[in-house]
Design a binder for this molecule. Structure first.
Ligand code: 6GU
Length: 248
């Protein structure tokens, strides 16, 4: 996967990307990152890339021409790439979208700032608009890093078998079960006995139940879409009954 990021803060994006797993995957040649600072494409080369909004109001708007020039030079004679504009006005990122974007060979990302970007350049170059959740950040760089991280780990070879993309939160539509490692007792809290039993079927059932318990507790909305079998439904019904008794 080749990422091209149009940003006013390339150092932030480079540093984040070249840290940890995505950085290692870049060294292996599985991922690459090219950051382009569109400040270098300002009108008349004065370094200003924003201006007052037509119609008035607070804040500044990033101008269309610098972004468009940066984009055109980056694309060159190549085909029109998929370009994601990071914005709280976009579709909220989820695992399905990360998976879909991971199938692209090349992905462009535009990071905005201030009050936004002139709509006309977005109409011209953006194929997607993506938000990372219902809160407001000061710019698109952290969201771009979030998107690249979520997409990168779905690219074949980026995760080792060890880190496998299989059994984690959301891959099965449920939150992940709790994990434990040594020491056996921490601040008086022992590791759940069943995890030391070596009984794989019982361990799998216990983990599944803990996933269901957590999901019901903090993300009951996810249970609607999750694939649940009879055991799952029975466990959830028992939980519900327990909670009902506790309330009385
Ligand atoms: Cl993509 N950008 C900004 N500025 N804020 C956000 C966001 C994006 N997603 C959630 N909040």
């Amino acid at each position: 996967m080749r990422f091209t990021v149009l940003t006013l803060f390339p150092e932030l994006v480079e540093t984040g990307f070249h840290t940890s797993i995505t950085g290692r995957a870049a060294e292996k040649g599985l991922l690459s990152l090219r950051c382009i600072n569109f400040r270098q494409y300002s009108d008349g080369g004065n370094g200003y890339v924003d201006d007052y909004p037509y119609g008035g109001g607070a804040g500044m708007v990033l101008q269309a021409p610098p972004i468009y020039r940066a984009y055109r030079e980056a694309v060159g004679e190549g085909p029109r790439p998929r370009l994601v504009y990071m914005t709280p006005q976009g579709r909220v990122l989820d695992q399905a979208l990360a998976k879909e974007l991971a199938r692209e060979e090349e992905l462009y990302i535009l990071c905005g700032h201030y009050e936004g970007v002139d709509e006309r350049v977005l109409e011209e170059i953006a194929t997607d608009r993506v938000s990372i959740g219902d809160y407001v950040l000061t710019g698109g760089e952290l969201p771009a890093l979030v998107l690249m991280d979520a997409v990168s780990r779905m690219v074949p070879g980026v995760l080792s078998n060890h880190e496998s993309a299989g059994d984690e939160s959301f891959m099965n539509g449920l939150l992940e079960y709790p994990q434990y490692t040594r020491p056996e007792v921490f601040l008086g809290r022992p590791v759940p006995e069943i995890l030391k039993s070596g009984h794989h079927a019982n361990i799998a059932r216990w983990r599944r139940n803990e996933s269901l318990r957590r999901t019901k507790e903090v993300r009951p909305d996810l249970l609607e879409a999750a694939e649940l079998d009879r055991n799952d439904r029975e466990f959830l019904a028992d939980l519900e009954a327990e909670q009902e008794t506790a309330r009385k």
